[in-house]
Design a protein. Structure first.
Length: 84
């Protein structure tokens, strides 16, 4: 299980940067917040994938699923940031 979490974090690092490039618009995020965004997206994809049966307990979310999860979190972040 530990390697699954480490793998999710590593995928999240890469995905966070890619999500920033793929999501249009200007977000005032630093590099660290971008990495956290990618990690959160990877964990979101892993959680949802395990809930619906795509992944086992020790499996990482796929790269595309993690990217989609990061973009979803980026959109939610953007909506919340605009309100405040």
């Amino acid at each position: 299980m530990g390697m699954g979490i480490i793998g999710t974090i590593v995928i999240g690092l890469i995905v966070g940067v890619l999500a920033k490039f793929l999501h249009p618009g200007k977000d005032n995020m630093g590099f660290i917040l971008t990495i956290v965004l990618g990690i959160a997206g990877a964990f979101l994809a892993r959680f949802i994938g395990q809930a619906v049966g795509f992944y086992g307990p020790a499996e990482n979310a796929g790269f595309i699923a993690s990217l989609i999860g990061a973009i979803v979190i980026l959109v939610i972040y953007g909506a919340i940031a605009k309100k405040s």
